[in-house]
Structure formats: structure tokens, C-alpha cells
Design a protein around this ligand. Structure first.
Ligand SMILES: Nc1nc2c(c(=O)[nH]1)N[C@H]1C(S)=C(S)[C@@H](COP(=O)(O)O)O[C@H]1N2
Ligand SMILES: [Mo]
Length: 328
């Protein structure tokens, strides 16, 4: 078993979502047997709290994509949505195992209420806030974004949430704030994957403050108008669609405004493979595979990967004068 944590490529042979190598299966089975006693506790129940704007439920989950009227805003893509089934069963969430189907099978053990988010560091209004209070501060919006994983697959996901900039404004960053650091939950009792040290837990991520203030940067509390399934990062996850998927940290418990560039999980784990910026860039290959094309989940032919995942017009200006090969 490789000790190095690695995002799994394996796209050259275009495997089915569940098609994993023997090594990975072994790791997954290990993780699973370690967690049997927690896996059934919360089940679906933990993921079905109601948001005020819509009821939720399995039947609706299947039909909402069809029946829900969507008015596309300036940042939404009109590309066909990935199926809700794929969005919620083909996941990366190493706290619940390394396999794509582990999070949907294991994340039932995560209790997402009550849940607080600590907001601190270089802000005028540091505070610890309950997740329901926090999401009540902002009108919830839908955003249909492409998501491009560094492993060279992609999806189109109808998020529900609010702009990160709205939260930033509310807590009032001081002039010393240059970066935003995000921290996910650390709780090996609820997150069986944290009992093995594949990554340096808790998962952390970061943005430059100007990236965080960009209108595309989003905090999601739902998908398709329904509360976020645990496997997708309930109750609060980051969505920065012009960056590789690993920037989209799930199950956030702390947001700190800081003056120095924070250390981030994947950049710490494999600094030659994953940088802080992680902007989608077809011209800079991963050391172990090409980033020129991607497999859109649900499609057969590969697609060309676009600079900044197709959001260059909005975000390229953030990186003017920077060497994107060095700052990968
Ligand atoms: N806390 C946490 N957040 C995480 C991850 C993780 O393992 N732990 N995986 C990342 C990766 S690699 C990807 S591609 C996306 C996947 O999001 P999705 O499963 O909702 O599609 O979540 C990101 N956020
Ligand atoms: Mo990813």
C-alpha cells in the first residue's frame, strides 16, 4: 500500500464510477470494517433536515431536476446537469474513505445539527455562529457550476447557497487580512477515514482574500434546492468553480482571516502535485497525468479542459502578472 496520499487518476481507461483497483478496494474495506459500528447510527435521518424554502425527500430528489424551474443567472452554465444520482454517489470525501462510493455509504454517521462555525482571525466581528443562523443571514441562491476534479473528471452541479463575499463583508476583515483559511471538522468518531492518516487531518483549504471576494466564490448549503447531502459536505462547503475540486472543502467548522498564506491539506501532502492556487489549467499537467482533457460524468467522449474551467473571463484578472506554471 502506498503511503503517499494521492488523488487517483485512473481515467485513461475510462472506468465506471465503481471500477477501482485492488489496492484501493483493500484500503476501502479496511476503512469500512473499522467503522461498522458508526455507519448505521444516523443513516438518512441526519441529512433530511428541512430548509425553510423547500421540503426534501428521496422522491423529490429524483424529480426536482426536471420540475424545478431555473432562471440562469450571469454565472450559471446552461450545460446539462449531471444526474443527482451521480452527484451524490460519486464523491471525494476522504474523511469517509478513499473510494468514490464510500462517502455516500459512510457519511450517514455525520451529525450536521447542531453545528457551529467559528469565524475569527483578522476580522472586526469574530464570532461562533450556529449554521442555521448563519445561512439565515443571506438569501439563498442557486448556482449551476461546472466542477473539475484534479483527477480529470467533471460534473455540472446546481448548488444552493450564498456568495462567500457576503459572509466576508458581514464579519468585516481588517486591513491585515490577506487570506482566508477554511478548516473542516476533526472528529474520528464520526469520520472513520480520520482514523487512518492518509491526510493530515483536519482537512484545510485557503483562498487569497481577493479570490474569496470574487462573486463566483460560493458557500453551498444545498444541491438542487435541497439540503446538502452529508457526502457532499454538509452542512457547509466551499465552491470555487475555477479551481480544482479539492479546493472545495467540505463540512467547514472554522473560517479564519489570516495575513499569511495558509498551509493546505493537499499541498502539504504532495507539494509537487498540488499547489495553493490549483486553478484549472489544461496547459499544466499533473506530474502523473494530463490535464488537457476531462471526462464529464455521464458522457462518453472526453472534453477539452478549459482554462480556469471555463471561467477565465471572470477570474483571469485575479492572476495578472503571475506565472501560473509556478503558482499551480
Ligand atoms: N473535507 C473534505 N473536503 C473535500 C474533500 C475531502 O476529502 N475532504 N475532497 C475534495 C475533492 S478532491 C473533490 S473533487 C470535491 C468533491 O466534491 P463532491 O463529492 O461534492 O462532488 O470535494 C473536495 N472537498
Ligand atoms: Mo478532487
Amino acid at each position: 500500500m502506498s503511503r503517499l496520499p494521492r488523488q487517483q487518476e485512473g481515467e485513461e481507461v475510462a472506468p465506471l464510477p465503481t471500477d477501482t483497483g485492488p489496492q484501493e478496494r483493500t484500503r476501502r474495506e479496511f476503512l469500512r470494517s473499522a467503522t461498522l459500528f458508526t455507519a448505521t447510527v444516523a443513516g438518512l435521518g441526519g441529512g433530511l433536515e428541512l430548509l425553510t424554502r423547500r421540503p426534501s425527500g428521496a422522491a423529490e430528489a429524483q424529480t426536482a431536476a426536471v420540475t424545478r424551474k431555473r432562471v440562469l443567472g450571469p454565472y450559471d452554465t446552461s450545460e446539462p446537469l449531471t444526474s443527482y444520482q451521480s452527484i451524490t454517489t460519486y464523491n471525494n470525501f476522504y474523511e469517509f474513505g478513499l473510494g468514490k462510493d464510500d462517502p455516500s455509504q459512510n457519511a450517514g454517521s455525520l451529525r450536521t445539527r447542531p453545528w457551529t462555525v467559528r469565524i475569527d482571525g483578522e476580522v472586526r466581528k469574530p464570532q461562533t455562529v450556529d449554521i442555521d443562523t448563519l445561512q439565515g443571514w443571506f438569501p439563498l441562491e442557486d448556482r449551476v457550476y461546472r466542477m473539475r476534479c484534479v483527477e480529470a473528471w467533471s460534473m455540472v452541479i446546481p448548488w444552493m447557497g450564498f456568495p462567500l463575499a457576503a459572509l466576508m463583508r458581514r464579519v468585516e476583515p481588517t486591513s491585515k487580512a490577506k487570506y482566508v483559511k477554511f478548516t473542516a471538522l476533526l472528529d474520528p468518531k464520526q469520520m472513520p477515514g480520520q482514523r487512518s492518516r492518509v491526510l493530515d487531518w483536519p482537512y484545510t483549504e485557503g483562498l487569497r482574500l481577493d479570490e474569496a471576494l470574487h462573486p463566483l466564490a460560493f458557500l453551498a448549503v444545498g444541491i438542487d434546492g435541497k439540503i446538502l447531502p452529508n457526502q457532499n459536505g454538509a452542512p457547509l462547503r466551499l465552491v470555487v468553480p475555477w479551481k480544482y475540486g479539492f479546493k472545495n472543502i467540505k463540512s467547514i467548522v472554522r473560517i479564519s482571516l489570516v495575513s499569511e498564506m495558509p498551509k493546505t491539506t493537499w499541498a502539504l501532502a504532495a507539494p509537487d502535485e498540488y499547489g495553493f492556487y490549483a486553478n484549472v489549467n489544461p496547459a499544466v499537467d499533473h506530474p502523473r497525468w494530463s490535464q488537457a482533457t476531462e471526462r464529464r460524468i455521464g458522457e462518453v467522449a472526453r472534453r477539452r479542459t478549459l482554462p480556469f474551467n471555463g471561467y477565465a473571463e471572470s477570474v483571469a484578472g485575479l492572476y495578472k502578472g503571475m506565472d501560473l506554471r509556478r503558482n499551480f
